[in-house]
Write a protein that binds this ligand. Structure first.
Ligand SMILES: C[S@@+](CC[C@H](N)C(=O)[O-])C[C@H]1O[C@@H](n2cnc3c(N)ncnc32)[C@H](O)[C@@H]1O
Ligand SMILES: [Zn+2]
Length: 332
């Protein structure tokens, strides 16, 4: 971790200021191994492989740990980067655009392998902090190495080790995997300063009945319970079907003429967005949908309630790919 991260940290137990304790290894500007300590309650937090650890899987409830374990494996395996991530990310946080990040202090709730932390930093954030509960933080740390304005912290989204200091917070594809999605959303919103902004993207209940009726029982009872390595191989079959369908049918039809024919294809609004991705990324997407023990599909009405609960202003909720909801609003 870089020392400039200290200005944003607070003890998750008591809210006290954090200081650097013992340091046993440094590499350039990074503290690689050492310890942080709370000035108020004397709690200690290790810095391991460059990452401050405010929570580990041993500290949280079994349901939270199960989700984070599955994703931890996923993001340590699917570490690839893709030039299309920027466009995909813009789709998830619209109406926010890259220039919005300029000079902002930004928090990402559930950064996974760090692809969006890295983009936020490269779009000019003053500092961006990606937090995640799982061991994916190691991949995220590698993804942002060399970026002096990007930081990775291992923490639980429900017990964030920060004061209310952020200009902007976002969370993409995380809240619906939490045992209490609304609680996670509130916790994240609680770290944005008055007048700052928040973005969230979640799976929609609408138009996903085929998933909630047919895929969810499979996910809950089988695919999230087998070992990730077994799922890696098992998921190659549906991934191959998806790959063939997108490359042989969805891509050509979406490119042809006015796309009217493609518009009649099953789930086209979503699938047309992934037709350009290669095999590995499509395999990641299929794996991602099958691995999580918890996944909620959230209706527009419920999502709108989250925003009114926190008293957000000028809220914009929009339908993304006709299968998910993205929201953006100002924190009072
Ligand atoms: C589907 S991944 C999305 C990752 C990233 N936002 C992206 O789009 O690439 C969900 C992430 O949420 C993280 N997560 C799950 N429960 C969490 C918790 N309680 N606190 C923080 N992160 C959590 C997982 O470890 C995982 O990396
Ligand atoms: Zn403390």
């Amino acid at each position: 971790m870089k020392e400039r991260l200290l200005q944003y940290l607070r003890c998750p137990a008591c809210g006290g200021e954090i200081q650097i304790g013992v340091v046993t290894q440094r590499e350039g500007a990074e503290i690689i191994e050492g310890e942080l300590e709370c000035r108020a309650c004397a709690s200690h937090f290790p810095i391991t492989r460059g990452i401050p650890q405010f929570a580990t899987l041993d500290d949280v409830t079994a349901d939270k740990a199960a989700t984070a374990t599955s994703f931890g494996w996923q993001w340590q395996h699917f570490t690839q980067r893709d030039a299309r991530y920027a466009e995909q990310f813009r789709g998830w946080i619209a109406p926010v655009e890259p220039r919005f990040f300029k000079d902002k202090v930004v928090l990402e709730g559930g950064c996974g392998k760090g692809r969006h932390t890295q983009l936020a930093a490269s779009w000019g954030a003053r500092d961006v902090i990606g937090i995640d509960l799982s061991d994916a933080v190691g991949t995220a740390f590698d993804a942002v190495s060399g970026l002096e304005n990007a930081h990775v912290v291992q923490a639980d989204i429900y017990h964030l080790p920060f004061p209310r200091v952020f200009d902007y917070a976002f969370s993409v594809g995380v809240l619906h995997h939490l045992p209490d999605p609304r609680g996670g959303f509130k916790s994240l919103a609680g770290k944005v300063k008055a007048g700052g902004h928040l973005s969230a993207w979640v799976y929609g209940a609408e138009n996903n009945e085929w998933i909630t009726s047919f895929i969810n029982p499979l996910r809950r009872h089988i695919t999230s319970r087998i070992s990730p390595r077994a799922l890696l191989h098992l998921s190659k079959l549906p991934a191959a079907l998806l790959y063939l369908a997108t490359k042989l049918v969805y891509r050509p039809l979406n490119r042809a003429g006015d796309g009217a024919l493609a518009g009649r294809l099953f789930y086209n609004d979503y699938l047309k967005g992934i037709v350009e991705f290669g095999w590995r990324e499509q395999h990641t997407i299929v794996f991602d949908h099958l691995v999580a023990p918890t996944a909620f599909y959230i209706s527009r009405d419920e999502f709108a309630e989250w925003w009114s609960d926190i008293g957000a202003r000028e809220v914009e909720i929009s339908w993304h790919n006709k299968n998910s909801w993205r929201g953006f609003g100002q924190i009072p």
